[in-house]
Every structure is written in structure tokens, then in C-alpha cells.
Write a protein that binds this ligand. Structure first.
Ligand SMILES: [Zn+2]
Ligand SMILES: [Zn+2]
Length: 759
């Protein structure tokens, strides 16, 4: 069964009740979550139940060796993650035999996180788990919990391989939420090719947080990075300090605080409200006050009494920043402070999604599209205490998808949330898990249906490659190596690059080799659980990226040049005068440089060259072509066709995540006025993972909607010739050249023009 309902609707209670009952009845329960932090929180909740027969324990990478034996033999409620199940529990199933024999229920919590390649791996791990359970004679019930998703039953079936019932009606009390879509203005700053740059979402978030806290609205701001969250908190505090200063102990008339700072004043000094002499005891000047009180001074409420005035002075201390990795006690303190109102504003990475129970909020600010409607509603659902009305503001980033969404509310409201896409049949995912399964218990013909329809073919390939041996009794893993090492479940296949902190030797994580070129190249700013690191060196031969903790005031974007060749068109149909294809391609991609952009302003700081080898990727792509006659007609109108196709490609990559639940970094594109394999003007969008991940396929299935949205995103941006909000891409290996904004609109119009109706 899958329960798919909103934030704080009581999902935990729904699975805890039968799970605990199973334990009291002599059974065991396996609880899976994507993160250790969530497992730790669940464990705390279970212990608070004070049920003595319940022997719950976390089993993860941090579990001390001496505790592991106890857990295997005595625990009846084991909390773990897919990684541990894959690497440790399933390969050593014999040591867990008494646990598996009594296994009644498998709880898969937060299962909307299992999408794309990672989700496909988890799907195969769950199939291995089912096979091991069958070996010990148990047939556990799978109970999945997910944020709201469309067609949750179909997703759950793909994830587990089992028929699934779905529970989707959410009866929890909720007040109305007002949703605001907020587009920051274009600034005077100029970016690449003289394009205008928008004010950043974090700068706008800091302003809004200040205004809301002043209005005594308890507000949570979601920001992408920890550094971004801290910047928002610091900026808002500085602004509140300005207010406190301009109101400090003096009668203030509403207009006084709108006065400008004296020109050419002492750089360290505060802007001085014109009618209020600065008090002599003002020793701490808040930094960064050039915008400070000025922009909203007129709306500042006037304190009515001495005590309220003192209240204002304490305002800056009521804003805090939160990040991942806080201890449970700190999190509890924070929850208390938010509930009591001693903290009014909190800026956080989405680390807060996991592990903190925040229920007393009035407003939520979301700096940048969180990737899916499902996450948007999940974050917005944090606002609204005790069924009261609430506010949620989505602040657009300088990006085509964000721009499209703030101009097209209909893409958000009244739309079902996204289907969660995964493709467990991808041979690059399935192969390693078949090896792991054979190492656990030799595979027989009877096992094949468990692993899906492509299993026989993939098994043949594994035998040919010498990874498995076929004997009359089945398929065997006969190598000395651990079969589980073949699958890098959080990456995309290939030997992963280890990300190591150079000062301490601590392993932060791993990145699959193709992604390493774009995410951990030398000089890259690398984000890990909201913390910022700078990559000192990427050593591909050693398989290591050395990083150091750093606080650079810029972000980096790797830029690549790509060539693509068509191996096979698997499906195709007409699209307007052109045609649309889905098929297998070979992509040769070389990361050539990286772009640096200032964090606060979005200003471009330069393009640094890189020396990395080209990589070849066999994957799947969606592409469209336009006949020569149409192309010639557009060229006659004076459009630059290469620039038009290139602009359409960039915007299409930006918009695909609206339809395929991917990140723009999961996909890539190539566009050309004349492609060698098609002989036509062609635009490709491909899956950036070996073997494909289902994103391009989704683009093919939703092509008309996707390309219509792409056209709209370009047309609705008010810039003249293209900017990062529409057709410029931060990862363009050609430095965003050539691009033709009007040409792209006409090109897409041509493609989307339905064929003249037959008479
Ligand atoms: Zn634009
Ligand atoms: Zn480009």
C-alpha cells in the first residue's frame, strides 16, 4: 500500500500503528528512509512510545560494530537506508536469517525521493529484498509513504514490482494558503553578451523576510545552499537593526526613516535618519545598509509604548539560520523557539525538510523553484498553524523555468503534481543488481520475472562479459570481488570519484565519473548537504576530488561542448511540418571551462578554461527536425537559424524538468542547423546518464506541452535579445553564442503549427 498525502497529515501514525502491532505480535519490521537523519528522528519517536517489547535500532554506516550483532539477533524494528540494505544487509542475509524469517512489514518512507537513476537502483534493491525474504519463507507487506504524487499506485508498483493499493485522500485540517509568485526585477548589471541580470532570489528573500518579521509574521525561508541561507538571515538581521536604530527611543514620524544616507559619508557609518540625531551609545553599526531601511521605511509601524520600542530593538535577534547536521537537542530547541515566537524568521536549506517538526508558521518563502510541484506544495504546506490562513511566496531565480512559472500560474494551480519517473529496466542499473542477487543466492529461471522483462537479455550479456556463469542450476557469481561494488546506487554507473576533504581526509561522498567533470572539476564550488566547498584538484586517474571548506562569494557552472550521433530511432511521429523522435544516441561531451557568477548579484565574473578529456555516453534522446523548405522560409525572414535552434534547445532543457521530474543538470542538449545523421535542422535533448533515465522518453511523450511551454517561456521574458531567464544557459559550452531569441519563437511556432486539416 502507498499513502500519498500532504505534509503533516499523519502518515507516520498510519504506518506506525500496524508496524508496532506486528512487532508486539512476534514479527519484525524493516524501515527504510533515504537519509540517516530521518532514521534517527524516527528512532527517537519510537522510543518515546515506551513499548518495552519494541526493540528498535538504527543500522547504518555509523552503527558501532559491537552493536551490529545485537541488532541482527535481537532488534525487531530496524531502521536503515537503501545503501545499507544493498551493501551490508542483503549480501549477509544469512546472518539476518531470524530477522528475515519473521519479517512482516517493510516501511518505505519519503519514497518520492526514489526517482531517476537512484530510484531505479532502489527498485532493484527492493526486488532483491523480496527474493531474500522468499528464501526465508516470509512475504512482508510493503507500506510506502510519500508526499503527494500523481498516480502514486503506479509509481509504487514500479518501485516495488508489486500490485499496490493507494491512499490519497487527505483529511487533515488546513486553513487557506495564499500563494504569491514573485519575479525579481532586472538590474543595471550586465552579464554574458551584455544580457541584463535579474536581482537574485536570495536578495529578494532577505527583503521579504525583513518585511514579514516586522509585521510579526512567523516566517520560514527556504534557500538552496547553507551559505545562501546564512546570507539571507544576516541581511535580514542587518535590515532589522536599521529599523531598531531608526526607532530607538525617539518619537518617529513615518517618513523620517526614508531619508537617504548622506553622500560620501564615512563608509562605516550608518545612514542617518534626517530628523533623528543618532544616539551616542550606538556602538554597533550593522553592515550592508545601503538598501537598509530605505526601501520600506514608510511602512514601518510606529512603536506606541516604551516596551514596544524595546521590542523593536530585539528584533534582529529573532532571525536565525538553520542547516543540516545539527544535533537532535539543537533542533528541539529551535522547534521550541519557533513555536513560542522567540524566533520569528528562519532561513534554511531544505535540510529542514528532514528532521525538524515545524508547525507554528504563518508564512513560507521559497527562493527559487524547488524542482517539482510536489516539493513546492510540501514546502508551502509548512505554513499555517492550527488551521489558520497562511502565506507562501515563490521567488523566481534567473532561469527559464522559474520565469515561465511566475508568468504562468496555470502551470502550478489546478495541475496534478508530477509523476515520479524511474526506469528499473535500464540495463546499466539492472546488470549490477543481477550480479549482486546471484551473489546472494544463485539466480534461477523462477527468479527472472521478479527483475523485469529485460532480465533474460541482460543475463546473457553478463555471461558474455564473464561476470556471471551459467550452469544447469542457474546463474552464479564466481568472482572473488564483492558483486555489490558494481552498482553505485547514488551515482550513474562507472567507477565513482571520491570527494575527500583535503585537510582532514574525510570522505564527503562520491560522484559518478561522468558527473565529476561537471560538478567536481578543479575550481568548482561543490555543495554537500548545504555546506560549500571549493574543489582544489580533480584527479581522474586516482579517482579523487580534493576539496576544502570555503566561503567563495560566487557559484560555478561547468560548460561543455557536445557532439551527438544517432544510433537508432526507436519511435517517431510527425510534429507540425517536422518530425519528433525518441531513440538511442551516442554523446561525446567535453567540459571545456567553467563560468563564475557572483552569489548575491548574479553578476558574471569570468570563464576559466579546464583541461578534461572528452567522455562518451550511450544514452537516450528526444529530438526534432524541421524540413529544409521551412528552414529556408525562416532564413528569408532574416532569422539566424543556428542561433534560433540553439536558443530553443537551451530553453527546452530549462523547461523539461516541469514534465519529467529531473534537474536541468540531469539532461543535456545539442542543436544544429544541419545534422550529419538527419540531414536536417535538428535539436536534441538527451539523458545525461549512461543508458538513459527516462527523462528524454517523458519529453517525447509530452512534446507538444513541453515545447509550447518552452515557446511561452521565451516569449514572456521581457528582455530584448535573451538573458539567463529565457534562452541563455549557464552550462553552454559555446559561451551562449549564437542565440536568436525572436528566431527561436518563430522556429517553435513553425514546429507547433498543426498540419493543415485535410479537406
Ligand atoms: Zn530573457
Ligand atoms: Zn549552448
Amino acid at each position: 500500500m502507498i499513502i500519498s498525502t500532504g505534509t503533516a497529515s499523519g502518515k507516520s501514525l498510519a504506518y506506525l500503528t500496524p508496524a508496532v502491532a506486528s512487532c508486539l505480535d512476534g514479527g519484525t519490521v524493516l524501515y527504510l528512509t533515504p537519509t540517516k537523519a530521518l532514521a534517527a528522528d524516527q528512532l527517537r519517536g519510537l522510543r518515546e512510545l515506551r513499548v518495552t517489547q519494541l526493540r528498535a535500532a538504527c543500522f547504518d554506516g555509523d552503527t558501532p560494530f559491537e552493536e551490529r550483532t545485537w541488532i541482527r539477533q535481537h532488534a525487531n524494528y530496524v531502521l536503515t537506508n537503501p545503501d545499507m540494505l544493498h551493501r551490508s544487509i542483503l549480501p549477509r542475509h544469512a546472518q539476518w536469517s531470524s530477522f528475515f524469517r519473521r519479517l512482516r512489514m517493510v516501511v518505505v518512507d519519503e519514497c518520492h525521493g526514489y526517482r531517476g537513476v537512484f530510484g531505479s537502483h532502489v527498485a532493484q534493491i527492493l526486488r532483491r529484498l523480496r527474493r531474500v525474504c522468499a528464501r526465508y519463507g516470509s512475504q512482508p507487506v510493503f507500506l510506502l509513504a510519500s508526499a503527494t504524487a500523481s498516480e502514486p499506485g503506479a509509481f509504487a508498483m514500479r518501485l516495488t514490482g508489486l500490485e499496490m493499493a493507494e491512499v490519497t485522500s487527505d483529511g487533515s485540517p488546513k486553513g487557506a494558503t495564499t500563494i504569491a509568485l514573485w519575479e525579481p526585477p532586472l538590474t543595471e548589471l550586465r552579464g554574458e553578451r551584455g544580457a541584463p541580470v535579474r536581482r537574485t532570489a536570495t536578495a529578494e528573500a532577505a527583503d521579504l523576510l525583513t518585511d514579514l518579521v516586522l509585521a510579526k509574521v512567523r516566517t520560514l525561508a527556504f534557500v538552496r545552499s547553507r551559505r545562501g541561507a546564512e546570507t539571507v538571515a544576516l541581511t535580514a538581521r542587518a535590515k532589522l537593526a536599521d529599523v531598531a536604530f531608526s526607532l530607538a527611543g525617539t518619537p518617529v514620524d513615518g517618513s523620517s526613516s526614508t531619508a537617504s544616507a548622506p553622500a560620501g559619508g564615512n563608509p562605516g557609518a550608518l545612514p542617518t535618519p534626517s530628523t533623528t540625531p543618532p544616539p551616542s551609545d550606538q556602538g554597533t553599526a550593522p553592515p550592508g545598509s545601503e538598501q537598509g531601511a530605505l526601501s520600506w521605511g514608510a511602512s514601518v509601524p510606529v512603536p506606541e509604548s516604551e516596551s514596544e520600542s524595546a521590542d523593536w530593538a530585539a528584533l534582529p535577534d529573532r532571525i536565525a539560520a538553520y542547516r543540516a547536521g545539527y544535533l537532535a537537542e539543537d533542533r528541539r530547541l529551535l522547534e521550541k523557539a519557533l513555536r513560542s515566537g522567540s524566533i520569528m524568521g528562519l532561513a534554511t536549506t531544505n535540510a529542514l525538510e528532514l528532521g525538524v517538526d515545524v508547525s507554528g508558521l504563518d508564512a513560507v518563502l521559497i527562493a527559487g523553484w524547488p524542482g517539482t510541484r510536489a516539493s513546492l506544495w510540501q514546502q508551502a504546506g509548512r505554513a499555517g498553524r492550527d488551521g489558520q490562513e497562511a502565506l507562501a511566496v515563490l521567488i523566481a531565480r534567473d532561469d527559464p523555468l522559474d520565469t515561465y512559472l511566475v508568468h504562468h500560474p496555470q502551470a502550478l494551480f489546478g495541475q496534478p503534481v508530477e509523476a515520479i519517473v524511474l526506469d528499473p529496466d535500464n540495463p546499466y542499473v539492472l546488470g549490477p543488481h543481477l550480479c549482486a542477487a546471484a551473489a546472494e543466492i544463485p539466480l534461477t529461471d523462477a527468479d527472472l520475472p521478479v527483475f523485469g522483462p529485460t532480465t533474460p537479455n541482460v543475463l546473457d550479456d553478463l555471461v558474455t562479459e564473464g561476470l556471471l556463469r551459467k550452469r544447469p542450476a542457474g546463474w552464479f557469481w564466481t568472482k572473488r570481488e564483492r558483486a555489490t561494488d558494481l552498482a553505485d546506487i547514488r551515482g550513474g554507473g562507472g567507477a565513482p570519484i571520491q570527494v575527500v576533504e583535503s585537510a582532514t581526509g574525510r570522505l564527503l561522498g562520491s560522484v559518478d565519473e561522468p558527473s565529476a567533470h561537471t560538478t567536481v572539476h578543479t575550481g568548482a564550488v561543490y555543495l554537500h548537504q548545504g555546506e560549500t566547498y571549493l574543489v582544489e584538484l580533480l584527479d581522474l586517474e586516482a579517482g579523487v576530488a580534493l576539496v576544502g571548506g570555503a566561503e567563495p562569494d560566487y557559484t560555478t557552472f561547468a560548460r561543455d561542448v557536445t557532439e551527438i550521433s544517432v544510433l537508432a530511432s526507436l519511435r517517431s511521429h510527425d510534429l507540425g511540418p517536422g518530425s519528433l523522435h525518441f531513440g538511442e544516441v551516442e554523446v561525446t561531451r567535453q567540459v571545456v571551462s567553467y563560468l563564475k557568477r557572483r552569489l548575491q548579484s548574479g553578476e558574471m565574473l569570468g570563464d576559466e578554461p579546464l583541461d578534461l578529456p572528452p567522455r562518451t555516453l550511450r544514452t537516450r534522446a528526444v529530438w526534432w527536425t524541421l524540413p529544409a523548405s521551412e528552414v529556408a522560409a525562416l532564413a528569408e525572414e532574416g532569422f539566424d537559424l543556428g542561433g534560433a535552434a540553439h536558443a530553443a534547445e537551451h530553453a527546452a532543457i530549462g523547461l523539461l524538468p516541469l514534465f519529467a521530474t529531473c534537474d536541468r543538470w540531469d539532461i543535456g542538449g545539442v542543436s544544429t542547423e544541419l545534422h550529419a545523421d538527419t540531414g536536417l535542422l535538428t535539436v536534441f535533448v538527451y539523458d545525461g546518464h549512461e543508458g538513459g533515465a527516462g527523462f528524454a522518453e517523458r519529453g517525447y511523450a509530452r512534446a507538444t506541452d513541453w515545447l509550447t511551454a518552452t515557446r511561452e517561456a521565451i516569449a514572456s521574458c521581457e528582455c530584448e535579445r535573451g538573458c539567463p531567464s529565457c534562452i541563455q544557459s549557464p552550462k553552454c559550452g559555446n559561451g551562449n553564442e549564437p542565440l536568436d531569441k525572436r528566431g527561436a519563437i518563430h522556429l517553435l511556432d513553425t514546429l507547433l503549427r498543426s498540419a493543415p486539416a485535410a479537406s
